[in-house]
Design a protein around this ligand. Sequence first.
Ligand code: G3P
Ligand code: CA
Length: 358
Amino acid sequence: MLVAAMPTDGFPLRPRCAGGEKPLVIAHRGASGYLPEHTLAAYAVAIFQGADFIEPDLVMTKDGHLIARHENVLDLTTDVASHPEFAGRRTTKGVDGVAVTGWFSEDFTLAEIKQLRAIERMPGVRPANTRFDRQFEVPTLQEIIDLVQACERALGRKIGLYPETKHPTYFQRLGLSMEEPLVRILHRNGYQGADGRVFIQSFEVGHLRKLRRMTRIPLVQLLGVGGKPYDVEAAGGSLTYDQMATPGGLADIAAYADGVGPEKSHFILAPDAEGKLDPGNATDFVANAHAAGLQVHPYTFRAENRFLPVSLRSSGEPHALGDSEAEIKAFLALGIDGFFTDQADLGVRARDAFVAGK
Ligand code: G3P
Ligand code: CA
């Protein structure tokens, strides 16, 4: 039965840190542990698993549409290589300083993108997901919003949207600036401000600063392992991710963003030599970010053995599932405000058990 009116209370989101709120479960690329990533089906499954937010990564088409892909090269997650009509578009380009050969989103119109079908990125790790290969389209941001809002009406709860802009400097140089279409679509669909229903995330600093001037929507600065944000690199700047993670760096981030999305092991807690998560080895990153007024949403929790600390792996194949919930709880105990996971069902179970004191 459709629920006509959505509750206005009980939504556990705030634009900034707020004690007592439930940590957020963010479905990384949708339910990407179970279906090909960044498809409407993957987002819908994550929503029905109870995710608080779904995460679309976004790139641009030739005709200026925002579509959900983790990178602009298409052959890792679509069947573009099996389309003879597009064979001549395979080429080599420099993307964020790296030479990449393949088919690129910016060389395709949306109508052409819609001829492609999604495939599983990691068929060796997630062989079961390949049964869905070539079943689903590449969705636009607008289609994802339509899905979210339809599910909100059907389920009677609010569902957050957590878009990440990929390669904004690269697309800017192609005349395909991402900020304007992103803000226009979000505002047009009712995502106007800091009501807790959307965060915009990016690794690039200048891009987030530009967005800060365009919208009140909360922003999240992602922190990668090693090196610099690409826009800093391209401008000849010296600011590294590790510098951004210091108390001074976090205070600078707080001038334009509301949260940080750090890689979990590098910035917060790495397994020890025996592959165990010892809370005594945690950094002071979470406390420092909170002191700066920033939420902390680390990435990415993945349940397959190969992605887990050795001590949490199950016996069996590298793609068998281990104890992801124990890993998530270890980070929740360190005070994180939310987390990205490929298995939202396990994330919700771990979060709810943690909040219940189990
Ligand atoms: O956005 C958080 C996390 O998703 C960043 O890494 O490469 O999976 O987009 P990536
Ligand atoms: Ca992402």
